[in-house]
Design a protein around this ligand. Structure first.
Ligand SMILES: CC(C)(COP(=O)(O)OP(=O)(O)OC[C@H]1O[C@@H](n2cnc3c(N)ncnc32)[C@H](O)[C@@H]1OP(=O)(O)O)[C@@H](O)C(=O)NCCC(=O)NCCS
Length: 295
């Protein structure tokens, strides 16, 4: 067998040979090879595709390693180490000044990923998101999912039914006295949102909460949910979760995935206390980075 360190920058004509070596959600990047920021490095063993490191460099110089994968039969031979080194050099050549990656804990290869990054001099892993996966069956008995009557001054409507006037009012209210968490602004997440389950909560005529979801590989991902701070303590966000979950069967979803940023402590507490007992999976994503001064 040839040494596993046979890494090379993938050219578009190679993409089809390597696209199976990343998560389904990223394979589309290798179908339309037009993104100039894409950095794809392949690993060949005995002339055959055996591994892939895939990511991109943003205009601000931040490079994101989206996935690194080595076929099981070639693992433990330094393949990922070589892929990471080559990918990092290539990212630097494409203008990257810093690298970052996010991965999910609790996987069979989490220890390998963390060892790989540590040995390459990346920062220590930090928790980023809690990831709750639940099916309609697993949450059927969860007390927070039982439908409740809406208070008379509230209504829930599809996010796409929020009209231009209501959108302008929401922007104006936030501009006047900022109340939306910067990472949970709905306008930043609404592109390609799942239309049947993404909802807004209107209170006394104003949009005060939302749950914006996306279909990801057949699972409904609850990407961005937020409630006005004045209503957070009353647990109003569960009204939106109830509404979205109730719409899941008709929209063709049996499984939902909630990603909860750990820097929103109230939401993270809710996920740990109320969602975790009804989850089919409960783990976290972790992130790490590296300044390229040292590459
Ligand atoms: C993670 C992965 C890429 C590692 O590939 P690999 O070619 O086996 O990695 P390497 O041989 O270069 O080893 C990298 C480090 O991981 C360690 N490692 C490898 N397999 C391991 C395991 N099962 N448990 C713990 N550590 C492991 C190695 O010992 C090495 O650390 P060291 O240098 O300190 O000894 C591979 O397991 C994989 O493809 N996993 C599935 C995809 C995935 O989870 N990707 C990460 C998220 S995007």
């Amino acid at each position: 067998m040839t040494p596993p360190a046979d890494c090379f920058v993938l050219q578009p004509h190679d993409f089809w040979l390597y696209r199976r070596l990343t998560f389904p959600a990223f394979r589309g990047w290798l179908d339309t090879p037009s993104d100039p920021g894409l950095v794809a490095v392949g690993l060949r063993v005995d002339g055959a595709s055996a591994g892939l490191a895939l990511g991109w460099v943003a205009d601000d110089g931040q490079a994101t390693l989206a996935s690194v994968f080595v076929l099981p039969e070639h693992r433990g031979q330094g393949g990922a180490t070589a892929l990471l080194a080559h990918w990092s050099r290539q990212a630097a050549q494409s203008g990257a000044t810093a690298l970052q990656a996010t991965w999910r804990s609790g996987q069979p290869t989490t220890a390998a990923v963390e060892a790989l990054l540590a040995r390459a001099g990346w920062s220590a892993p930090q928790p980023r998101m809690l990831v709750v996966v639940a099916t309609l069956g697993s949450i059927a008995d969860a007390p927070w999912i039982r439908p409740q009557a809406l208070p008379a001054d509230m209504r829930i409507l599809p996010w796409q039914a929020v009209d231009a006037e209501a959108r302008a009012a929401l922007r104006a209210s936030h501009a006047e006295n900022p109340w939306i968490a910067p990472d949970l602004v709905p306008f930043d997440h609404e592109a390609r949102c799942e239309p049947h389950t993404s909802c807004a909560l209107v209170w006394k005529g104003d949009v005060v909460g939302w749950v914006i979801n996306h279909a990801v590989d057949g699972v409904l991902r609850f990407t961005c949910s937020f409630m006005h701070p004045r209503l957070q303590r009353l647990g109003r966000i569960v009204l939106l979760y109830q509404a979205a979950v109730a719409r899941m069967p008709a929209a063709g979803f049996d499984t939902g995935m909630w990603t909860v940023p750990v820097w929103h402590p109230r939401m993270a507490d809710f996920a740990r206390r109320w969602m975790a007992p009804h989850a089919t999976r409960f783990d976290e994503t972790r992130g790490a980075g590296k300044s390229l001064a040292a590459v």
